[in-house]
Ligand binder design. Sequence first.
Ligand code: UT7
Length: 336
Amino acid sequence: MYTSKITGLGHYVPENVVTNDDLSKLMDTNDAWIQERTGIQERRHIKKGDGNSTSVMGVKAATIALEEAKLKPDDIDMIVFATLSPDMYFPGGGVEVQEMMNMRTIPALDVRNQCSGFVYAMSVADQFVKTGMYKNILVIGSENHSGGLDFTTRGRSVSVIFGDGAGAAVVSRSDDKGENGILSTHLHSEGKHKDELSLQGPSTEYWVPEIIEKNPQEDIPYYPYMNGQFVFKHAIVRFTEVIHEGLKANGLSVEDIDMLIPHQANLRISQFIQQKLKLSDDQVFNNIQKYGNTTAASIPIALSEAHKAGKIKKGDLVVLAAFGSGFTWGSVIVRW
Ligand code: UT7
């Protein structure tokens, strides 16, 4: 078995800043409610005509990650692209990245695990590198939520939370033998809760003509649905479980964590986990205040930001953890 490690990170968010006050002009909400319940102060939204899309933002983040890894597009052996908001219903974003970055005819795999998408994608990349099949894998998490949210009062409990952006990591075969690199990944799912955070149509259950026929005021399966409190309760349990699982698998404990990067679902969830694990403010990185919840992009954006800010040093134990729609959840344990 080979060792795999993260050799490059990059992130990109659209320039257009949308504050809580901006949203309160569109719906019955306010800055105090949003900050109190979620910690979010602002988020970024793609602006029509700014040239961005899920795949375009993914390419922008990936370009920075490749530069940091000192690699050229030709050096990449595989793309793993995580999103719930692809540019097209099919094909997925991976092939768009392959085309836009002018890459060889390498495999492009799309991962559809929503908020856990990046953790799942990292796990896939890790396995391909560890077995020796590929040397350098580009992992991207990117989301364009703003195009598909209900910005009326009806959709306020969902639409104030989510933002647009992309993050990317290069996972490479490492020459270091031993304890550095991706130590392990841990993935889970529980499909019985699939409806609690879901977008039902357009799909093979809700074909487009059927949606058009229906009165949009009565049945709106084309906007996301979230049972917020139910999701919250499961999130705090699963986050802590899967962090402990990852640590235990490596003979480590909570005291060994130098940096926890939780999926940025809600600042209150991150704070709850921090308190439960008894971690200090320096041991947990949050940026949901600036970007909202960017689903599959949230961990790579946060990881890239934390790394560029010098908050992750060689030898640090970094833990990535996510929970979201499916339900799915997972963790990645990395010795930097
Ligand atoms: O990343 C994927 C995983 N997702 C998550 O982890 C999200 C987990 N859940 C949450 O973050 C929280 O449940 C929310 C932030 C979504 C909601 O917070 P909450 O404290 O659970 O509020 P609630 O849904 O119980 O709503 C409380 C009240 C309701 O009014 P009434 O019925 O008490 O009169 C809502 O209608 O707040 C109202 N409300 C709002 N008010 C102002 C809901 N959304 C808004 C809003 N602005 N945007």
